[in-house]
Design a protein around this ligand. Sequence first.
Ligand SMILES: [Zn+2]
Length: 274
Amino acid sequence: MAEYYGVTVEDIFNTMEERFRPDKAEGIDMTIGYDIAGEGGGKWTITVKDQTCSVKKGLASKCTVVMRMAAQNFVGLNLGKIDAVSIFTAGKVKIEGDMEAAGTSAKLFKRFKAEGAEEAEELIRLKCVPSIDQRFATGPIMGRFFAGLKERKFYANKCPKCGRVQIPPREICADCRVRCTEFVELGPKGNLLLLDICYYASPDPLTGEVRETPYAVAVVLLEGEGPVEKRESFTHFIKSSDIERANFGDKIRPVWAKECTGGFDDLLYFEIED
Ligand SMILES: [Zn+2]
């Protein structure tokens, strides 16, 4: 008889009744058919009713659910060598009938242990996609910037010592390390300094979505008072249809969302002003 991982398919069915867990079968009335293909395979039917379990050779004509798979996969699953979800999604297990019953059936039996097998430490894996609802306080400086976006305005802040204008605003001047408390409004128009065109996109870390390519990130110098060399540039997307015709120094203007809420999405992109 063909063995997989040192165990035959029959070994598993022969021990099913003794591995049955009546405490998990309360109210369950189902017939589970197995059609195991390949060497050492065959057909079996397990009936669970009134918290008892019986195993018979052959496939009953009426089953709640029938599971079809290769002998090697059947043994691997029962020994915990193969992950059920993985082989199901790979199409290597076919389930006919009540899907939910197939899931329930897994809980009705203690795991098969091969005779003389060493007690291995159980490896626990949790499969989940964590989604955590979070709220961040922006603080007074970035808070002012976001409040500005809500009004469709760009707020920067100015260093009292060197006159550097920072956008987005930061608490401290990056050059002088002194506190910047004065806010100044920039833009909303500006000039294009640089275009960074992307042809192969990576997924957006915030949404997991891939942006349509080509897209371009524009570095712009927003209009404002004071010397140009003291004003930081600002970076955002440029309208896709403007990528081809964009030139250094082009006048650009922001395109805002229909409803601005004081978030990253308020500014959609910049476009070239004709
Ligand atoms: Zn400074």
